[in-house]
Design a protein around this ligand. Structure first.
Ligand code: SIN
Length: 299
């Protein structure tokens, strides 16, 4: 099957039309994987996938891991993490506020996820039909390449602390102010995160890491989760993290994805970070299935 690439006006987020992920031939799969590795984020449009087909495709990319909070994994296929604001029988069917800050998936783990695959099943629309709940992606590789030499030198060899506890505290503070969050979802999230907290100690990772496939250097930090720099006074560390975050999330490095039902976005968690907007609320429904590919210790 011939496919077409529609290039985004950003270093990542190019769209691929004309592929059927449920029936990919080996050569198509290898081409797609190469494009993904090269750009970090690709959007495969027009998919119609059963849960098993999403899993089969994702497993071709690598071993899968379950999301840390089991309550948000699909009961019939727990390797699918459900991202959704939908509440059924008084219970959220997925995590309502996933990705509401710039982050890289599972950065608070010693071996963070290599990549993630997010499939759109339901997309909220504004009254004029514009999709809501866009996701922004930023290239941490292009952002690193664009740093001035003295800053590159300053940060090489530094390690940054990544903290699930810090993430919980930030989510709680933000959730309390977030009008899009249903109170049922908010209470549920708080209880689930508190339960998970004890199992996730803080971890430090290199602030500049090397992409395991391409060898590109990438900035590695997440907003409000990366809480400081090892061996640096807290204020200085925070200021450096803020400076880098502002740089990575500036226009030249960012692609904003406006979802259509059937889109599959694949990202790698080394050369990109992402952030989802919460500009919708029930009864507008958003339902996404995410699979997550296991990674290795960042170097
Ligand atoms: C995520 O961070 O995995 C979810 C992103 C999104 O819902 O758009």
């Amino acid at each position: 099957m011939a496919f077409e690439i529609e290039y985004a006006k950003a270093p990542l987020g190019h769209k691929i039309h004309g592929l059927d992920l449920a029936h990919l031939k080996e050569d198509e799969f290898q081409q797609l994987k190469n494009i993904w590795n090269q750009y970090g984020v690709v959007v495969v449009t027009g998919q119609k996938l059963a849960a098993e087909q999403l899993l089969d495709f994702s497993r071709r990319l690598g071993a899968l891991e379950k999301f840390i909070i089991d309550a948000y994994n699909l009961p019939s296929n727990p390797e699918i993490f459900v991202v959704s604001n939908v509440i059924e029988n008084g219970k959220p069917i997925g995590m309502a506020d996933a990705g509401r800050m710039w982050h890289s998936d599972m950065c608070f783990r010693p071996e963070p996820s290599f990549g993630s695959v997010l499939y759109a099943l339901e997309v909220p629309l504004s009254d004029d039909g514009t999709p809501l709940g866009d996701t922004h992606f930023a290239s941490t590789a292009a952002a690193f390449d664009a740093l001035p030499a003295d800053l590159r030198e300053k940060i090489s060899g530094l390690r940054a602390v990544n903290s699930f506890s810090a993430r919980i505290a930030a989510a709680a503070e933000r959730g309390a102010k977030d009008a899009s969050m249903d109170p049922v979802a908010l209470d549920h999230l708080k209880a689930q995160r508190d339960k998970a907290k004890a199992e996730v100690p803080d971890v430090d990772h290199p602030l500049v890491r090397t992409h395991p496939v391409t060898g590109r250097k990438c900035l590695y930090l997440s907003e409000l989760i990366t809480s400081g720099i090892v061996g640096m006074p807290p204020e200085e560390g925070q200021a450096l993290l803020r400076q880098l975050m502002d740089h990575i999330t500036s226009d030249p490095f960012v692609y904003r994805h406006s979802w259509s039902v059937g889109d599959v976005v694949m990202w790698d968690n080394c050369s990109s970070m992402h952030y989802a907007i919460g500009d919708y609320q029930l009864p507008k429904r958003r339902l996404m299935y995410r699979t997550t590919i296991r990674g290795t210790r960042p170097v």
